[in-house]
Design a protein around this ligand. Structure first.
Ligand code: UD1
Ligand code: CA
Length: 461
């Protein structure tokens, strides 16, 4: 944490090159929004009260995405360029803002470490500003860095304004700056929109400061990929790939086996215990927590869910906002929808769907079932093809199946209904009334046999 440091994050632009109706900083890499990535780094340098996010496009959604950080938001009504965006903060920061770190909200690979180096370098130098630069393999779209003979910054030339020769320069502006605050405020308003885009470019501050006898220094950073700015969906996919590869490596070092790690999609906030095995093409999304010693089968998707130790999730199973307790087995091809719980040691088999349903410890629903709004006790057997009819066309109704009950295959439980403890429901029953404990319920037509009927039929002309 630094004293005397204010941080400005620019996040007002739409991001035209994304070709999206959604503001750029709301797009996700590694499962979290770009703005959150930047704030996770920034919050390690300065208290939330010293961090200002400039919002514009979809300002409410952006504020919502960043709400947890407790930072301040300032509205840039019209997006007239990065210098104009910084100027929006002037009043809020006051005349003596100390050092001002400016970041763009579209740099999701940024680390707090880079930012600390920049602030330290600025504080150690006599320069009015320090600009983080790097060598890009493909500098297209970035501002190019021009140096003076003494190694200080001469200018940053934006792609659109650059000459053929300048475009060949590989050293680029990362868009991360640390300013001597009072000097920034003294001269920021001198920037003019005299470029092909008609925008107020923050990068012009380099020349403005020099005009007043102040120097601006570059801080070269070797790892260009950390400074990647997202302008297009191609760059978004690149950042996403970097973040996910990083996450997979972290998990593997922590004891998780990942088969074909390049196919795994694990969001940054997911937690996975040691000796768990992920088969190819799994997706672990959101803030899911998976215990130790689990197996997650090929193509399974686990989202915002809690999975206990020793759980087996079969291939192609969906677990969305659900809970699977220790030793339980679900899938292959099962679907657990929100607010479902599969308790300890219970089993859910193929083509079984649970919605807002508790399947008690040791209970089994192994084939072809829909269990919705159901509370199912322990050691219950739910036969193949059992359906809870939870919806009457207007309202949803609950089904209760008490401990130890046995529901025969292809039974239909018309909710609201209760199946008592230890009772049996005969296969193929349509249950509309309460089944008392320890009873047998049969609710189906009796079988009729007509001896010799088929033989006679075959003789008919
Ligand atoms: C900018 C830099 C460029 C640098 C690159 C690094 C300028 C003029 N150019 O270009 O030198 O190499 O970043 O990634 O600064 N924004 C606002 N309000 C505005 C305009 C932009 O808040 O009026 C925000 C955007 O939401 C975005 C950030 O500022 O988060 C940068 O804007 P963007 O249009 O992406 O700048 P680049 O063209 O990438
Ligand atoms: Ca950008």
């Amino acid at each position: 944490m630094y004293n005397n440091l204010n941080v400005i994050v620019l996040a007002a632009g739409l991001g035209t090159r994304m070709r999206s109706r959604v503001a750029k900083v709301l797009h996700r890499a590694g499962g979290i929004t770009l703005i959150e990535h930047v704030l996770r780094a920034a919050i390690q340098l300065a208290p939330a009260a010293n961090i200002y996010v400039v919002v514009g496009h979809q300002s409410e959604e952006v504020q919502q995405a960043a709400a947890n950080f407790g930072v301040r938001f300032l509205l840039q009504q019209e997006q007239r360029g990065t210098a104009h965006a910084v100027l929006t903060c002037r009043e809020a920061l006051g005349d003596d803002p100390g050092d001002v770190l400016v970041l763009y909200g579209d740099c999701p690979l940024l680390s707090a470490d880079v930012l600390r180096r920049l602030v330290d370098a600025q504080r150690d130098s006599a320069a009015a500003a320090m600009v983080l630069t790097t060598g890009a393999v493909d500098p297209t779209g970035y501002g190019r860095v021009l140096l003076n003979a003494d190694g200080s910054l001469k200018a940053i030339v934006e792609e659109k304004a650059a000459t053929e020769e300048q475009r060949r320069i590989r050293e680029i502006n990362s868009g991360i700056y640390c300013f001597d605050g009072p000097k920034l405020w003294s001269h920021l308003a001198e920037i003019l929109p005299d470029n092909p885009a008609g925008e107020y470019y923050l990068t012009d501050i380099v020349e403005v400061l020099q005009r007043h006898g102040h120097s601006v220094r570059p801080l070269h950073w070797g790892n260009a990929s950390e400074l990647l700015g997202i302008n297009t969906r191609i760059e978004l996919a690149e950042a996403d790939g970097v973040l996910r590869a990083r996450k997979s490596r972290e998990l593997m070092l922590g004891g998780v086996t990942i088969e074909n790690p390049e196919t795994a999609t694990v969001d940054l906030d997911a937690v996975i215990g040691a000796d768990t095995l992920l088969q190819p093409f799994v997706q672990i999304r959101g803030a899911s927590r998976i215990g130790e010693n689990c197996l997650v089968g090929a193509g399974a998707i686990v989202e915002d869910s809690v999975i206990g130790d020793g759980v087996e999730i079969g291939p192609y199973t969906l677990v969305i906002k659900a809970r699977v307790e220790a030793g339980a087995r679900v899938g292959p091809f099962a679907r657990l929808r929100p607010e479902s719980t599969v308790e300890e040691g219970a089993e859910v088999g193929n083509f079984v769907e649970l919605k807002k349903t508790r399947l008690g410890a040791g209970s089994k629903a192994l084939h072809l079932s829909y269990l919705g709004d159901a509370d199912i006790g322990r050691d219950v057997n739910v036969g193949a093809g059992v359906i809870t009819c939870n919806y009457d066309g207007r309202r949803k109704h609950p089904t209760h199946i008490q401990d130890g009950a046995f529901v025969g295959s292809h039974s239909t439980l018309v909710a609201p209904v209760e199946v008592g403890q230890g009772s049996y429901v005969g296969a193929g029953s349509v249950i509309t009334d309460e089944v008392p404990p320890d009873s047998l319920a049969l609710a189906r037509a009796r079988q009729v046999i007509k001896e010799g009927w088929a033989k006679r039929r075959r003789k008919e002309p």
